[in-house]
Ligand binder design. Sequence first.
Ligand SMILES: [Zn+2]
Length: 216
Amino acid sequence: MDIDLPDELVLPLATGAPYWYWLGGRPALDFVNTLRERWRRNVETLVTPADLEQWMQRTDLLPEEWRPNRGGGRRRLTDQVLCEARELREAIDLCVRAAVAGEALDRAAVTLIDDWLIHAGARPQFALAADGHAQLGERAAADSPRRALGTIALDAATMLGTPAQAGRIRICAADDCSARFYDRSPAGRRRWCSMQTCGNAAKVRAHRARQKEAAR
Ligand SMILES: [Zn+2]
């Protein structure tokens, strides 16, 4: 499931879509993992506004057809929103790293995440139902890119602001992996983002080391 990045990569990428990584276990961590190889190259996979739009659609945070223009054409996600999204992502990661290290969270990063919560949560909607009756309902959760970012910020705030959840944030133990993930294992002792990739590679290395030791 994991797609390792090839050693020869032309950076910046034209599009990051082939390299998105979905093992974070929750939206805020999948989002943080869109900056890949944080341990060496910092490969940006949200390269263009179209990348961000597609990423949000894949996570169901944004519908395929969001807020069509009155003129009939589709509205596009702007450079500004992409910029803000990356800023939010890095604020979340700063907090994630602090949480993993057991340190206090950065005040500016917390404020930035908090600012996004304005866009999160339920919003009432007053409209006429199909039978003509007036109805107080709820607006669809995903109707704009900023709303989607608000939902991610809320997931981050929930995770970081709930001690039992903050204690389950992990950074993969492999030296050549920087994936952040949420540990849902019963014992809470998961070390690798994936047993199939990083966990298996570590087991193979440990096995070889034992064989070498035995051969001596
Ligand atoms: Zn890993």
